[in-house]
Design a protein around this ligand. Sequence first.
Ligand code: FAD
Length: 376
Amino acid sequence: MTSVVVIGAGIVGASAANHLARAGAEVTVIDRAQTGKATLAGAGIVCPWASAMDDGPLIDLYVRGAAYYRELLGDLGVGDADPGLGYRRVGALVVSNEPDELEEARDRIDRRSASGAVLGLDVADHVGDVRLLDNAEARALFPPLRTGLDALHVSGGARVDGRLLAEALLERSEVARVVSPARADLVVDGSRVAGVRVGLETVVADAVVVAGGAWTNDVLAPLGMDRPIDVEPQKGQILHLGLDVDTSRWPVLLPPGPHYLLAFDDGRVVVGATRETGSGFDTRVTAAGQAEVLDTALSIAPGLANAEVLETRVGLRPLAGGLPSLGQVLGVDGLWVGTGLGPAGLTIGPVFGRALADLVLDKPPIFPVEDFSPAR
Ligand SMILES: Cc1cc2nc3c(=O)[nH]c(=O)nc-3n(C[C@H](O)[C@H](O)[C@H](O)COP(=O)(O)OP(=O)(O)OC[C@H]3O[C@@H](n4cnc5c(N)ncnc54)[C@H](O)[C@@H]3O)c2cc1C
């Protein structure tokens, strides 16, 4: 039996561990659960099709990640909604007061639907129905929305609670052991990885998967390479507001720019988020971060003004300057890495972890991974 240590139990590590264990590997997961773990802070929007991202391998991967949710949820026995995962296909509203912006969003959605032919996926089926709504129709779906904003409704949009999903992926598989919070240090023997050290214990393994998020280069430091992986932390501050109404079916709200709003089943409305490139590992909640997120949220949905502020979460997105990294670490047998999903990791992470497991098990990966080779 292949023995594998997975470092990191965010969405990427949890998915990789799930697939490795289900394929019969003996899997140990070690997670330091650092403050800033991105999977615990992620908003949970799964709706890539209107993204303003340039065409190319990353948006293709994003679209693939959303399509993979159907298989993932099927494996977990989940339909269109599961309160235990915070998952619900609530639809999304792309909102704007500029008709041109909504037309451009529709063009992008059409282009991404058409890309399904190249990706071998029925993307249009995942996107669902796309139709223009006037302000009254949009407000019927998301009552705090500002008057004057029109919307493009995308019925396939969904949201998920990343922390519940990552936990479920570990719990609903035969992962032998989860050690957390604990730090793993690589043990390298010449040109191959021998396992990891956890405190005084050495865990010997045939393979080690590094899914260390923003901390990946810290994990790889024993290799003595200068920044082996293209990844750095990007801080995101995100607020959770509480309302005393049923928000369970409110759609995800996508205004122009990086900010957004979404709601969960328990009256929680999540508004985010800052994108603080160059933040380093700072995880403080700041006055400017709070102000930016709240100002933007209230300008789009002034009806939230009286909501209770429940908490602010801070996550460090593992941001790549170029493309994410997925594959074997150059020159080290048995050492694999998967990271760099930035603001899209809760959507892409499950399929990314699956591809990582495929590679470790020497199976054809679920999607072509050449563009994401850490050696590129
Ligand atoms: C505010 C915010 C909003 C977001 N919204 C969305 C969204 O709506 N949709 C979407 O698709 N994505 C979203 N994302 C992005 C997504 O959350 C991340 O891309 C994703 O969670 C990254 O997962 P990961 O597993 O790579 O890293 P992480 O979740 O950060 O996990 C890495 C883990 O590795 C552990 N680790 C590191 N070093 C060691 C070591 N030496 N030993 C043991 N463990 C170690 C860390 O402690 C950590 O627990 C958002 C992110 C943020 C911050």
